[in-house]
Every structure is written in structure tokens, then in C-alpha cells.
Write a protein of this length. Structure first.
Length: 228
């Protein structure tokens, strides 16, 4: 699919002056994202998960949590709206930060997932259940490992709770974690509600990062609980 690619060379020249920016702009996946028209390098993490697990399929419904700037939604939209759009086929992208328009995607910018009002709004937008809930949400790191681990797991738990309310039978849930004893515990809990859960590293994850994805497949709708 062709996308318009705009590179502001003057901005790049200025940005190149800091070591972080130099490293970022020389990053293989950043360059690839510019070339392929993705909003950020994270696209390749979802593409890799997709290649391994085939989570996204044409005409399904998906919720993308922590979607800004939008590369996961770009990847998902390319797949689920590949053929003509069905009436009940939807992709909802949610983030506290702004997300620019993506064709066919319902964008909830400036929406904090820790608030009940955001979760109620998402549910009100769903015509029926969804096949995939994916969370790439990450808090701003404080640099203090324990605090950061707690914060990201809190976001995962919010995403997991939403997933348990809205997933269809056999649906899938993906969430980003920083590997710790807390993420191990979360994975164990997820294994009660899904037929399989796996902890996965992607090649696009930066070297030295503790970032992993828990990929849970085969949601057991009977374990849904309060909505039964
Ligand atoms: C790694 S980025 C996501 C990148 C995105 N998957 C993409 O491909 O463009 C993590 C995102 O989580 C979002 N986030 C963190 N806490 C959040 C919250 N409480 N509610 C909604 N989004 C949140 C951040 O604003 C940030 O945009």
C-alpha cells in the first residue's frame, strides 16, 4: 500500500546534533519506517507478532491501546480493512497523546485508559465483541525499575480487564511488559483465561531493553465473569 512520506530535512539536520537523535535516525527500523510510510519503528514489532501468530485477519474488530503515534493501527488497518469494510468491522485506537487520522480507524486521542469514562466510551463504540485487544501502552519511565514495572503492569491489567469484557470466544490479547516477576505473575493469570500465553521478544525491540510482549490466544469466554 502506498503512503505519502514527508521528511523534513531541516528538522533532521537540527535533530542530528544530539547523540540520542543521531542514534535514532541511524536506526535500521526508523529508516525502514520512513521508507514504508509507518509513523514509527514499533510497526515492525506488530508485523513480527503478526507473522508468528496471525492474530489479525480481514474483517475482524480490534482495539489498539496506547496507539499514538499510530503505527500499530496502520498495520492493523491494512490487514483488517483489506477487503471492503464490513458494517460491524471496527478498529478503535486509544491514547492519552494525540493520534492523527487513519482511514477507517475510530481514533480516541487524549483518552486516559486509567479512567472509567474512557473504558465506557470504548465499550459504547463496539457494535459487538472484538477479536483482538492489543496494548502497546507504556508509562513514561521514571528510571526506578520497581516503580516502572508496577506502572506498566497496572496498564496491562487495565487492558486485560477490558479484554475480558469485550473479547469474543477464542479472541486474542497482546500486551507489552518489561520483564519482571510481576510480568511473570500476570502471564500466569492470563493463562487461566486463554488457551495459550507466550512471552515474546521481537527483533525490532532495542538491544538491552527488557521489553517483551505477552501474546495470549484462545480466550475462554466462559471465564468472562461479571458479564455472563
Ligand atoms: C510505545 S508507545 C505506543 C506506540 C504505538 N503502538 C505505535 O505503534 O504507534 C506507548 C503509548 O502508550 C501511551 N499511554 C501510556 N499511558 C497511557 C494511558 N494511561 N492511557 C492511554 N495511553 C497511554 C503513551 O501515550 C504512548 O503513546
Amino acid at each position: 500500500m502506498s503512503r505519502m512520506r514527508i521528511i523534513h530535512t531541516s528538522a533532521i539536520n537540527t535533530a542530528y546534533r544530539t547523540p540520542w537523535a543521531r542514534e535514532h535516525l541511524e536506526d535500521y527500523y526508523v529508516k525502514l519506517a520512513h521508507k514504508d510510510g509507518y509513523r514509527c519503528r514499533s510497526a515492525y514489532k506488530l508485523l513480527e507478532l503478526q507473522q508468528r501468530f496471525h492474530l489479525l485477519k480481514p474483517n475482524i474488530s480490534v482495539i489498539d491501546l496506547g496507539a499514538s503515534p499510530g503505527s500499530w493501527s496502520q498495520v492493523a488497518a491494512d490487514i483488517i480493512f483489506k477487503t471492503h469494510r464490513q458494517l460491524n468491522n471496527t478498529l478503535i485506537a486509544v491514547d492519552i497523546q494525540p493520534i492523527d487520522h487513519i482511514n477507517n480507524v475510530t481514533v480516541l486521542s487524549g483518552h486516559d485508559m486509567t479512567l472509567d469514562t474512557t473504558r465506557d466510551k470504548i465499550k459504547s463504540l463496539l457494535p459487538s465483541g472484538v477479536e483482538v485487544v492489543m496494548s502497546d501502552m507504556a508509562p513514561s519511565p521514571t528510571g526506578i525499575k520497581d516503580i516502572d514495572n508496577h506502572k506498566i503492569i497496572e496498564l496491562c491489567r487495565i487492558a486485560m480487564s477490558l479484554a475480558k469484557d469485550v473479547l469474543v470466544d477464542d479472541g486474542a490479547f497482546v500486551c507489552k511488559v518489561w520483564q519482571s516477576s510481576l510480568s511473570d505473575k500476570l502471564q500466569k493469570e492470563l493463562s487461566d483465561s486463554f488457551k495459550s500465553t507466550q512471552l515474546v521478544t521481537t527483533k525490532a525491540t532495542k538491544k538491552g531493553s527488557r521489553e517483551k510482549y505477552i501474546v495470549s490466544r484462545g480466550f475462554k469466554v466462559l471465564g468472562r465473569g461479571k458479564y455472563l
